[in-house]
Write a protein that binds this ligand. Structure first.
Ligand code: ITT
Length: 207
């Protein structure tokens, strides 16, 4: 089984990757490891920055060999907010500790009658043990609900209604989110890429 260091502190992402890529063995980013900088203007820059930063740190401090390092930069892009919060999704309303309150603030920023179109975007960066780093991406189109609804998932899931549905990702079964989410689409692309580079789903590390 390919052993992959997941360069993320987000427990929601770890849960989703474990479900979406069950044939990979994920090593979680240690709690005492440094926070990974993400200073880019684009999802792709930040995903690469996190993956390469994690790979460099693991090279010095890692406790076990891994076959590659995976990072995810993602967010919610709202048309009426000029694509925001976008790459700043994790840093939106940091004065509010709870996502329920952050979600309400975000919804309150939309003027009455505004276009509610939005999309979730996910860019994955993968740094293999040998070979070149690469990125893949996925997106899901939808619209914003008028109030947060549902407890499933994490982050902005309670306010996002994927196209073709009436319920939010917070209300829909997680298995359904996994068939159409931005992260599931990026994971499909990652799987194809790993398979294309010649059986890369087999480990280079032992065990
Ligand atoms: P890491 O950088 O440690 O991975 P993070 O939470 O800071 O964790 P990002 O910088 O990529 O990650 O920010 C992404 C934010 O976008 C995340 O914190 C959520 O608020 C939101 N987000 C991304 N994917 C989501 C999803 O599937 N459902 C709900 N919200 C999501």
């Amino acid at each position: 089984m390919l052993k992959v260091l997941l360069a993320s502190r987000n427990a929601g992402k770890l849960r989703e990757f474990s479900a979406l890529l069950p044939d990979l063995h994920f090593v979680p980013w240690p709690a005492d490891a440094p926070e990974l900088p993400e200073t880019g203007a684009f999802f792709q820059d930040n995903a690469l920055q996190k993956a390469e930063g994690a790979q460099a740190w693991w090279h010095e401090h890692g406790t076990e060999p891994v076959d590659g390092v995976l990072a995810d930069d993602s967010g919610l892009c709202v048309d009426a907010l000029w694509g925001g919060p976008g790459v700043l999704s994790a840093r939106f309303a940091t004065d509010l500790p709870e996502y329920r309150a952050k979600n309400r603030r975000l919804l309150a920023m939309l003027p009455a009658g505004a276009d509610r179109s939005a999309r979730f975007v996910c860019v994955l960066a993968y740094v293999p043990l040998t070979g070149e780093p690469f990125t893949v991406s996925g997106a899901v189109e939808g619209s914003l609900a008028f109030d947060p609804r549902g407890e499933s998932g994490f982050g902005y899931d309670p306010i996002f209604i994927p196209d073709g549905h009436q319920q939010t990702f917070g209300e829909l079964p997680i298995e359904l989110k996994h068939t159409l989410s931005h992260r599931s689409r990026a994971c499909q692309a990652l799987r194809s890429r790993l398979e294309a580079v010649g059986g890369a789903l087999s480990p280079a590390t032992s065990g």
